[in-house]
Design a protein around this ligand. Structure first.
Ligand SMILES: *[C@@H]1O[C@H](CO)[C@@H](O)[C@H](O)[C@H]1NC(C)=O
Ligand SMILES: *[C@@H]1O[C@H](CO)[C@@H](O)[C@H](O)[C@H]1NC(C)=O
Ligand SMILES: *[C@@H]1O[C@H](CO)[C@@H](O)[C@H](O)[C@H]1NC(C)=O
Ligand SMILES: *[C@@H]1O[C@H](CO)[C@@H](O)[C@H](O)[C@H]1NC(C)=O
Ligand SMILES: *[C@@H]1O[C@H](CO)[C@@H](O)[C@H](O)[C@H]1NC(C)=O
Ligand SMILES: *[C@@H]1O[C@H](CO)[C@@H](O)[C@H](O)[C@H]1NC(C)=O
Ligand SMILES: *[C@@H]1O[C@H](CO)[C@@H](O)[C@H](O)[C@H]1NC(C)=O
Ligand SMILES: *[C@@H]1O[C@H](CO)[C@@H](O)[C@H](O)[C@H]1NC(C)=O
Ligand SMILES: *[C@@H]1O[C@H](CO)[C@@H](O)[C@H](O)[C@H]1NC(C)=O
Ligand SMILES: *[C@@H]1O[C@H](CO)[C@@H](O)[C@H](O)[C@H]1NC(C)=O
Ligand SMILES: *[C@@H]1O[C@H](CO)[C@@H](O)[C@H](O)[C@H]1NC(C)=O
Ligand SMILES: *[C@@H]1O[C@H](CO)[C@@H](O)[C@H](O)[C@H]1NC(C)=O
Length: 597
């Protein structure tokens, strides 16, 4: 009996608490480490307890045949950890990969980490680490990837880093690092596949020896202070996929300086080239059309490139994005561009392009964004653009387009972000079809010579937030259907020949914060509330027959409002008089009665 009881007790005991496992060795280090890393989100460290071996704790990986209890991997990324990296991490001497990325760690990178001789992958990205990269990091001879991006590291890259010849990934982007790159970088880091240094303050030339790191796939140097020419040698990198050199001070003055484009034709895996926001002048060579068959993305914007757009560019059959805005390209848009069937974004604005939009654009049926503004394009807006049924943003502003806006434009129901046609010489009315643009947010046809009355269907453009019809020859009254534009924020009808009353519904459009009705022929009483109550949100200048409205507008009072007062006053007086007469009669009667009694 007592034996049975004892057995029961024992079973009970076992069920309630599992046997604890003594924490020793790396487990102890991990516990001390956890103690120094407060977590703001999930408390992962609660499960780092003696109910299981440290090798089974979340984020911890052990390994090795000879040392199964030694920690070889620590993955503590995206846990909201705060504090600084505990120096005791360096006691996990078998570590091969260490990931503290995407936390809120600050302070320096502890020098002790540099003794982890077996470390292959170090990822400390997306934290707030400060100070210099320790020189001793050069001791990590086995390091294959060093990812310190998105921190606040300062100073230069210690020269010992160039001795880490096993490195395949070097990512230091989004810090405040400066200094130049060694001219022989490609001999030193010959296994490099990915180098990301964007968004720092690196200076000096791009070393042409980069090409000796022959396995390079991604070179990302955007947003630094690199100077000089773009080295031709990069063209010998046969694995190169992305070359991002935008936002630097790189130069090109003559065709010699553009030879790198010819050379890159040999990089048969190249998909993206970004050389935007530099100081590249001269003429874009036609060899641009010989870039790889994989090529998808060409960004040349905001340089000083002149000359014509080479028609050979049509050789880039897989091109998805072409950005050439903010240069000095002149002459016509080559008809051959119509062969780029995969194009989704075509941006040629802010150049000196002239002539007409090529008919071949009918074939650009994948286009989502087409920006041709601020050029000298002429002729009419071609109706074939209506075949681009995926367009979300069409901007043709500040050109010399004439004629009517073809009805086909208003059948592009995908238009949602914007339709900008302002600053041309367009004529004719807005067609009824405008009402098909139900998703359109921004519609600007200001400064043209459009005429006629506004179609009632304009009220069907239910997503409109910004509507600018200023500077045309529209007439008639504001259609009552505009009451449906519940999301409108900004409405500019100024400098037209609109007439009639200002409809009262405008004061009820709750998001409308700017309304310009100036220089029209509106008349009658101005509403009081909503946008009309805010002096800085409304302009009514140059409408000489307006009256009333909110006091802040300082308009003359409406004469009919005096009449209104009279209309109220007369019946009141008459009623009061009749009441008085009745009262007097009653009193008289009462008096008679009293007199009788
Ligand atoms: C880490 O190692 C140092 C020296 O080897 C030792 O003094 C320290 O106690 C160790 N820390 C932990 C948490 O084990
Ligand atoms: C100990 O860790 C286990 C998971 O390993 C967890 O289920 C348990 O709740 C933890 N104990 C405490 C006291 O946090
Ligand atoms: C570094 O960690 C971040 C966050 O977990 C991750 O997104 C990134 O891919 C890692 N980088 C490398 C090279 O492993
Ligand atoms: C690099 O930055 C450090 C501070 O972060 C500064 O002291 C040093 O002058 C800078 N060097 C150059 C060449 O700009
Ligand atoms: C790089 O390595 C060489 C030879 O291994 C050594 O002589 C040199 O001092 C190292 N340079 C740095 C900066 O660590
Ligand atoms: C470096 O690459 C160039 C070609 O870009 C080649 O001519 C040269 O021999 C290479 N040098 C070494 C040391 O590999
Ligand atoms: C491209 O490669 C071919 C063959 O490897 C070579 O003859 C040619 O010079 C290279 N062109 C450039 C511009 O590097
Ligand atoms: C482009 O490549 C073709 C075929 O390889 C060649 O004939 C042509 O000269 C090249 N064009 C330029 C501008 O390099
Ligand atoms: C569109 O492409 C087709 C097939 O590639 C071609 O036959 C047609 O002429 C092109 N249309 C225009 C207007 O260029
Ligand atoms: C458009 O401009 C081109 C070149 O500037 C000119 O030759 C052509 O006559 C113009 N076309 C129209 C319709 O104005
Ligand atoms: C409407 O267009 C005119 C002319 O393009 C411009 O001056 C005005 O600022 C625009 N209105 C708004 C509200 O942006
Ligand atoms: C605008 O069109 C009207 C006729 O609709 C015309 O009288 C006027 O001259 C045109 N103005 C401009 C600037 O083209």
């Amino acid at each position: 009996m007592s034996l049975l009881l004892a057995l029961l007790l024992l079973m009970c005991n076992q069920a309630s608490s599992s046997p604890s496992i003594p924490i020793t060795g790396d487990g102890k280090v991990l516990r001390s480490l956890a103690g120094q890393l407060p977590s703001q989100q999930t408390n992962i460290f609660a499960s780092w307890n003696d109910s299981s071996s440290h090798c089974r704790w979340p984020g911890v990986f052990c390994g090795g045949h000879k040392h199964p209890d030694r920690v070889i991997g620590l993955e503590l990324d995206s846990l909201g950890l705060t504090g600084s990296i505990p120096p005791s991490t360096a006691n996990l001497t078998f570590l091969r990969y260490l990931n503290f990325a995407d936390n809120r760690l600050h302070g320096d990178i502890p020098v002790g980490l540099c003794c982890l001789a077996r470390l292959r992958h170090l990822n400390l990205s997306k934290n707030s680490l400060q100070g210099n990269i320790p020189t001793q990091i050069g001791n990590l001879k086995n390091l294959k990837s060093m990812v310190l991006s998105d921190n606040s590291l300062t100073g230069s890259i210690p020269s010992s880093v160039w001795n880490l010849s096993s490195l395949t990934v070097l990512s230091l982007s989004d810090n405040q690092l400066n200094s130049t790159l060694p001219m022989n970088i490609g001999f030193l880091l010959r296994n490099l596949q990915i180098i990301l240094l964007n968004n720092n303050q690196f200076t000096g030339p791009i070393p042409s020896s980069l090409s000796n790191a022959s396995r390079l796939e991604q070179v990302q140097l955007t947003k630094n202070e690199f100077t000089g020419r773009i080295p031709e040698s990069l063209g010998s990198l046969s694995s190169l996929q992305c070359l991002h050199l935008g936002m630097n001070f790189l130069e090109a003055k003559n065709s010699n300086d553009w030879k790198f484009i010819d050379a890159l034709a040999n990089s048969t895996n190249l998909e993206r080239l970004d050389i935007s926001y530099n100081r590249l002048g001269g003429v874009l060579p036609s060899s641009v059309g010989n870039l790889s068959k994989e090529f998808q993305w060409l960004d040349l914007r905001y340089n000083q490139i002149s000359g014509r757009i080479p028609e050979e560019i049509a050789g880039l059959g897989g091109l998805v994005g072409l950005f050439m805005q903010g240069n000095q390209f002149y002459g016509p848009i080559p008809n051959s561009l119509g062969m780029l069937h995969s194009l989704q974004g075509l941006v040629l604005e802010d150049n000196y392009l002239n002539g007409e939009i090529p008919a071949s654009f009918a074939n650009l049926t994948s286009l989502i964004r087409l920006f041709l503004g601020n050029n000298e394009l002429n002729g009419s807006i071609p109706s074939i653009l209506g075949q681009c049924q995926h367009l979300e943003f069409l901007s043709l502003e500040e050109n010399k387009f004439t004629g009517r806006v073809p009805i086909e434009i208003f059948t592009i129901t995908s238009l949602s972000v914007g339709l900008l046609l302002f600053g041309n010489s367009l004529t004719g009315p807005l067609p009824l079809d405008v009402g098909s643009l139900k998703a359109l947010k921004t519609f600007d046809v200001s400064n043209n010579n459009l005429s006629g009355e506004l179609p009632k269907t304009l009220g069907d453009c239910l997503s409109l937030e910004f509507l600018n019809l200023s500077g045309n020859s529209f007439h008639g009254s504001i259609p009552s259907t505009l009451e449906e534009l519940k999301g409108i924020q900004n409405l500019d009808l100024s400098r037209n020949s609109f007439s009639g009353n200002i409809p009262k519904f405008l004061e009820e459009l709750q998001y409308l914060y700017y309304l310009n009705l100036s220089f029209n022929s509106f008349s009658g009483e101005v509403p009081m509330n909503g946008v009309f109550a805010n002096e800085s949100g409304i302009s009514l200048l140059g409408n000489n027959q307006l009256c009333g409205g909110n006091r802040v507008l300082k308009l003359p009072p409406c004469s009919h409002s005096k009449n209104k007062r009279l209309q109220v006053l007369i019946p009141t007086v008459v009623t009061a008089f009749i009441c008085l007469v009745i009262l007097v009669l009653c009193l008289l009667k009462l008096k008679k009665k009293i007199d009788k009694e």
